[in-house]
Design a binder for this molecule. Structure first.
Ligand SMILES: C[S@@+](CC[C@H](N)C(=O)[O-])C[C@H]1O[C@@H](n2cnc3c(N)ncnc32)[C@H](O)[C@@H]1O
Length: 211
């Protein structure tokens, strides 16, 4: 996500400490302790400026949401916007997550959201894609039996790559469309910043939910 470098970003982030989970791996298996309430825990990897996670947290106030963003300047925007809306069921992880099994126990997540993940188009970078099979294998271990992984992208090649990875692992596709905004799933859809940008230019949005 393109974002101008912000001066003194670390100092500015410190103001939002109460929304940021430091040392996330310490909470493995006991995430329920850091949130009030009993709802399920959902994770978004690469939340950008947080529009999606804010929308989800308002739509599902009894669930809990964790949003991970590695780029500090982008995360700062997500935090500022979340503060204005006083969301009590959202927390943020301020880092690029790599091995998520360090941070979550098997079955601990109700769902994982991947929205407009970086495409890493070069073949030699395929392993960096958040939907590479090595990562999908981890995600499906961490979701509960009724849990899911949901992926949206404007990038048709990354979408095809992801479908191939899902198939190679023999995972179950729950819902899929190559044109989310013109499908029955559009009513329940919460848009992200990237989604707004691409769909306003007429780009179809790809969507798959699987487990
Ligand atoms: C293309 S942007 C999309 C942002 C947002 N999801 C949206 O749809 O508007 C991808 C974001 O994911 C973040 N990101 C990529 N890999 C990540 C990782 N492993 N952990 C945390 N953030 C990551 C990037 O810093 C970037 O802000």
């Amino acid at each position: 996500m393109r974002q101008r470098k912000i001066k003194n970003v670390d100092e500015k982030l410190a103001k939002f400490e109460y929304m940021i989970v430091s040392e996330p791996s310490r909470h493995k298996g006991k995430w329920h302790e850091i949130f009030d309430g009993e709802g399920e825990l959902f994770l978004e990897i690469g939340c950008g400026k947080g529009r999606f996670i804010r929308g989800m947290s308002k739509k599902f106030p009894s669930d809990r949401f964790l949003a991970v963003e590695g780029q500090s300047s982008v995360l700062l925007r997500a935090l500022e916007r979340s503060e204005n809306e006083e969301l009590s069921n959202v927390k943020f992880i301020a880092s690029y997550i790599s091995d998520i099994t360090d941070t979550f126990e098997e079955g601990e997540l109700g769902g994982i959201y991947l929205n407009f993940s970086d495409p890493w188009p070069k073949e030699r970078h395929a392993k960096r894609r958040l939907t590479h099979r090595s990562k999908l294998k981890q995600y499906v271990k961490l979701i509960s039996p009724k849990g899911f992984v949901q992926f949206k992208t404007d990038n048709d090649s990354l979408f095809q790559f992801t479908l191939d990875e899902i198939e190679a692992l023999g995972l179950e596709i729950i819902q899929m469309t190559g044109d989310l905004h013109n499908s029955p799933l559009a009513d329940d859809n919460i848009m992200t910043e990237y989604e707004e940008k691409f769909s306003s230019k007429g780009k179809n949005i790809n969507y798959v939910k699987f487990r």
